[in-house]
Design a protein around this ligand. Structure first.
Ligand SMILES: *Cc1c(COP(=O)(O)O)cnc(C)c1O
Length: 430
């Protein structure tokens, strides 16, 4: 079976991209643990290297196990193609790489994963790229931040960790008017809760490390292309529209149409940057995608119960979860992620930084780790860990103030999780 719009999400998460192995009939996708692939003859090899024929050359570029995952995530997101890579951070670079050049910039939301803030505010400068950070609730400020050198707008659908939902439709309109792509990091929402392409996103990036894999086993990333952007409308995107010297002057957009970005990602991005996903990682993530909808439903159900319980507790100052009526983003859930606001939220503990440290130490079921989107419940004190590199101002803007802990609610029994939080809060606030 292949994919197709006639199938629902639950069917596609198991079948999209996969078919019985043509050599053996194996029903589950084999792990093609190989570096290279035998060419039929010299002409076949030449055609593959010239991109005149699609096929397998070398696993830095393509691998059949990874290819199944690429097609699966692309289908679940409603895109035309996807490129998997070694981590979510690799995916962000792979998304920006074809668009950017020294002197160019990307306009990004202040509400981002801490590692992304560091990647965008520090590391990409080494490439001569700049990121302009803006409050994405201030649409005029987003418009004003875009200049002639801006090549993309970047945000998260559900922003980690502050319980924030981006008004993707409004941001997509601004990007459209500026003739630049909107890139949405959909890691926290997953395509089960939010489909950014339906809200106008051009590209969707994932850390597949998180919910798509769903059990904390492997790191990975993915860039999905909607296939809808006209890269040749002007001269802003020469990597995709102009002749490519490394392939005898081939123009990616002219040659590959809606698949231009995906082909570029493989033929240039993976070939030259080498941030490749390995077939073992693809296998674990494929196993994860098969149960994505079931897990996300439980993550959301548990998160709502626990957030409501915490909000009523006097040892807690406030809870920021868009699934709570008290959240300023509660109404956006209906339009952006109608199946729920995800499994992540933060809460502020009375007693500040020290109480947070005590709480984290006293929990028994929750694990203190720098990860999210696992089947098991996780907690982290962002200010002393993931958001440590940020200034106090950046920490607050990202929803990671010193008195705040972030939880990634797992799929265990909600009552057990509540009991665990209850006993730990008693030890933390006394
Ligand atoms: C984890 C994460 C990333 C980075 O992904 P890695 O796989 O750790 O490189 C990016 N964005 C979000 C929202 C994340 O949660």
């Amino acid at each position: 079976m292949t994919d197709g719009p006639k199938y629902g999400f639950d069917t596609l998460q198991i079948h999209a991209g996969a078919r019985p192995d043509p050599a053996t009939g194996a029903r589950q996708t084999p792990i093609y643990q190989t570096t290279a692939y035998v060419f039929r003859d010299a002409e076949h090899a030449a055609a593959l290297f010239n991109l005149q024929e699609v096929g397998y050359i070398y696993s830095r570029l393509t691998n059949p196990t990874v290819a199944v995952l690429q097609e699966r995530v692309a289908t679940l997101e409603g895109g035309v193609g996807a490129v998997c890579c070694s981590s979510g951070h690799a995916a962000q670079l792979m998304a920006l790489f074809p668009l950017m050049a020294p002197g160019l910039n990307v306009v990004v939301s202040t509400r981002l994963y801490g590692g992304t803030v560091t990647q965008f505010s520090q590391t990409i400068k080494r490439f001569g790229w700049e990121a302009t950070f803006v409050d994405f609730d201030d649409l005029d400020a987003v418009k004003a931040a875009i200049d002639d050198n801006t090549r993309a707008v970047f945000c998260e659908a559900i922003a980690n960790p502050g319980g924030y939902i981006t008004d993707l439709d409004a941001i997509a309109k601004i990007a459209d008017a500026a003739e630049i792509p909107l890139i949405v990091d959909n890691t926290s929402a997953t395509p089960y809760l939010c489909r950014p392409i339906e809200h106008g996103a051009t590209l969707v990036v994932h850390s597949t490390t998180k919910y798509l894999t769903g059990n904390g086993t492997v790191t990975g990333g993915c860039v999905v292309d909607s296939g809808t952007f006209d890269w040749s409308a002007n001269d802003k995107f020469p990597s995709l529209s102009a002749p490519e010297p490394a392939y005898h002057g081939l123009k990616f957009h002219e040659t590959f149409g809606p698949l231009a970005f995906t082909f570029h990602g493989i033929a240039i991005g993976l070939r030259d940057l080498g941030m490749t996903m390995n077939p073992q990682a693809a296998h674990y993530t494929l196993m994860g995608t098969e149960t994505l909808s079931l897990r996300m439903e439980r993550h959301v159900e548990n998160a709502v119960k626990i957030a409501q319980w915490l909000e009523k507790d006097d040892r807690v100052d406030y809870v920021t979860y868009a699934g709570l009526k008290s959240s300023p983003y509660f109404d956006r859930v209906k339009t952006i992620c109608p199946r729920g606001a995800g499994g992540l939220f933060t809460f502020a503990v009375k007693g500040g930084y020290d109480a947070c440290v005590k709480l984290v130490n006293a929990l028994e079921i929750f694990s203190h780790v720098a990860n999210l989107g696992d089947a098991r419940s996780l907690i982290i004190h962002s200010a002393s860990t993931t958001h440590r590199q940020l200034t106090a101002e950046q920490q607050r803007a990202a929803g990671a103030a010193p008195e705040v802990v972030r939880v990634s609610i797992g799929i265990e029994d909600a009552d057990d999780l509540i009991a665990d939080l209850d006993q730990a809060l008693t030890k933390a606030v006394s």
